[in-house]
Design a protein around this ligand. Sequence first.
Ligand SMILES: Nc1ncnc2c1ncn2[C@@H]1O[C@H](COP(=O)(O)OP(=O)(O)OP(=O)(O)O)[C@@H](O)[C@H]1O
Ligand SMILES: [Mg+2]
Length: 252
Amino acid sequence: MGQVIAVANQKGGVGKTTTAVNLSACLAASGKKTLLVDLDPQGNAGSGLGIDKNALENTLYDALVNETPMAECVIDTPVAKLRMVPSNKDLVGAEVELVDVERREYRLREALESVRGDYPYIIIDCPPSLSLLTVNGLAAADGVLVTLQCEYYALEGLSELLQTIILVRDNLNKPLKLQGVLLTMYQHTNLSKQVVADVRSHLGDKVFQTIIPRNVTLSEAPSFGQPVIHYDPKSPGAVAYVALARELISRG
Ligand SMILES: Nc1ncnc2c1ncn2[C@@H]1O[C@H](COP(=O)(O)OP(=O)(O)OP(=O)(O)O)[C@@H](O)[C@H]1O
Ligand SMILES: [Mg+2]
């Protein structure tokens, strides 16, 4: 059975989507069939792969709320071996519509069951909240990859997130593990170096060896609808995400 990894942090703009898209593309490029699931109503993961959010027949919303079979919500991407389940603002409604539904925390897990066997990796891009959608992501996952931006308040909010992971583990999904903490937007400044040292001293070997640099190429690539390994494979951002995919595969 493949691995399901939720990329999460309730803080906004810390590199979740950039990581979900580029890690997925790098896993696919290394021969691992990958499914990217966009659990964020902002729909940024799809845009980053050049997908027109307004021209979708089905989205994750249909799988979660209307019980449309997941296979009918999966679409191709421009990247070989990478497919995705896109989302758009319809997904905002799912929060409300699922409130009274039984086993509402397991909607994503159950929806993914029929396709799990087809992919060695399923990567879930979570929204910046600890909402029912994120809980669905955590309940569906084997592991959580937490992105932390190398800035002054990097660790702020982390204890709340770890607490949520523990709650989900205790109540919904026992085997859920902290897959790893990924430092993003690293710059060669004293502040970035200090953040890396602090995070490593708090979280030890839970922190990925790979660190993602702040690299303008990573922020440009989505506007061309491409993962960075297509847009500029030699850029520092591309090299870093290739290394992250390798590290993840080798950690097993
Ligand atoms: N390593 C990086 N170098 C430069 N820019 C980056 C890097 N990582 C992310 N960015 C840019 O920072 C912004 C926020 O990144 P991203 O969308 O990945 O964060 P997020 O955590 O998914 O945000 P949200 O919480 O809104 O979903 C984007 O404009 C993105 O292009
Ligand atoms: Mg995002």
